[in-house]
Design a protein around this ligand. Sequence first.
Ligand code: COA
Length: 230
Amino acid sequence: MPEGKFTLLSFSAKDSPILYLAYLKIKYDVFVKELGWAKLPHSAIDKIAYADPYDEIADFIIARYGNKTVGITRVIKIHSNFPHKEFFEPILHTKVLKPFQNKLATLNAVAIKKKYRRIKVWNNSRQVTIGELILVKSVNHLQNQGAKIVFITTDPNGAGGAFFRKLGFYTISPSFYYPHSPTILVNMALVINDKEHFVKLNSPMLANCKAMSKDERIMVQYLNNRSTTL
Ligand SMILES: CC(C)(COP(=O)(O)OP(=O)(O)OC[C@H]1O[C@@H](n2cnc3c(N)ncnc32)[C@H](O)[C@@H]1OP(=O)(O)O)[C@@H](O)C(=O)NCCC(=O)NCCS
């Protein structure tokens, strides 16, 4: 078992430069070194990813054991532009998404240091992985900012795809190639209050569920139908 007290922290780059540095280091270790995102701006000498323009408007959630950062993610409540908006254009223009224009969010750079993957910790009397816990906290953070739907892009055949599917994300696009990515990618979406789906999956996302509106129900139906036709 890792040493030190386990904590989850949320912060902005401006307010917590030291934690932000820890985020950039893990981003480099996992995405550049391990997964081969060679085009992600980085310094191989300093072993760090460079700041991304969207970092300024983002919040970060990290998991720590003692003073050691073991997992990261970046969360953004969408106002206008957002990272890789172009990937989501088809769904952004659907009628079913109209009621959610100010209720969208996105998650990027979800990464757990290799030796901490699949490690479980106790949370609200159930065991969850550190990755799951970061996601629950991230979604809760976005929910507190008014988000109802969360978008992500990931490798459908890697750990990311398996991870997001088991949490309750729906696939919303066919797989596609992107020149910067070492693997194919897919877009996914989560409806934060999708209780029935989370119960079926026994997903820890259940912790964030509130009552569902009619629009959210319609959205879930749409995503369900869409994911079965992809
Ligand atoms: C994705 C990630 C954050 C998940 O963290 P984790 O601690 O491994 O999370 P979990 O153990 O809860 O879930 C991982 C799931 O992926 C599956 N998995 C693990 N490695 C896999 C692989 N190489 N290929 C396919 N599936 C894999 C596991 O079976 C597991 O599902 P299970 O609970 O049904 O067994 C972590 O694997 C990681 O940092 N990966 C590299 C970065 C990345 O791919 N990020 C996602 C895109 S932003």
